[in-house]
Ligand binder design. Sequence first.
Ligand code: BT5
Length: 272
Amino acid sequence: GTEFADQAGLSRIEVLDEIGSTNTELTRLASDEPDAWGDLAVLVAERQTEGHGRLHRPWASPVGASLTVSILLRPHNAAGRPLPTQSYSWFSPLAALALREALAQIAGIESALKWPNDVVVDGLKISGILAHLAPGAHGEPPGVVLGTGVNVSLREDELPVPTATSASLAAGRPVDRTALLARYLEEFARRYRAFCAVNGNADAPLDGGRSLLSRVQDATITLGRRVRVELPGGRRLEGRATGLDGHGSLQVVEDSGERHAVSAGDVVHLRP
Ligand code: BT5
């Protein structure tokens, strides 16, 4: 644990046998003991009994077949100043890119991002990511808890919804859960440090390479498609998803020509 944390650049990693929700628990732990977790801490559960997604929707995680992990972030730039909170919307796409890389390396699977927070393989959901604010330490701005659920070795009959798949189903062979977790955390930590180093600027080159915005745009299969978007209040939009703006909002152009920047909602990909 500690050795891996040091090597991956994490401040702490803990594994629990069983918990309701790693997101809820890590938020609680971080507010009870603000100094005990550091700036990039990880909580993993062997068994998660009350996992949730957005809007209190349930997240299913069959025991032994899923990864359920939460990451506490207290983002600071190179000068030690807190990152602007506007940059926080980029943490979940950043995590999705890291998971995509881990799935490619460990399971040989090609995956993509579906806006706003899914990782999909051939259109089927293999992972969902849920970010929310966490209490900041000592009067600092809030941190973020970033939860990831990954379907690692669910069999066909264990899939909770018809739109789901698992890594082992997609790869057609067993996938090592621990190896996938380790690679995910390494890939995440590296990208996250690079993003903090540019002060959370999604347009800035990362590690001398392309910007986070352009990497996320390239990996997101929602872009360029016809979509139906259900907004949080229940209103619906239909049109073409043309891109992401600097906050990670989805730009949608309706047939009438009216443009929208959608910051939250559920997307259905429509046939052209
Ligand atoms: C998400 O929500 O996809 C975010 C899921 C985050 C889960 C992690 S696990 C660790 C941490 N602790 C938590 O309590 N949560 C996080 P959303 O986009 O709202 O999607 C939820 C919907 O996905 C559900 O309504 C189902 O339709 C579907 N779903 C549930 N379980 C699934 C699964 N295992 N695989 C694929 N789809 C699933």
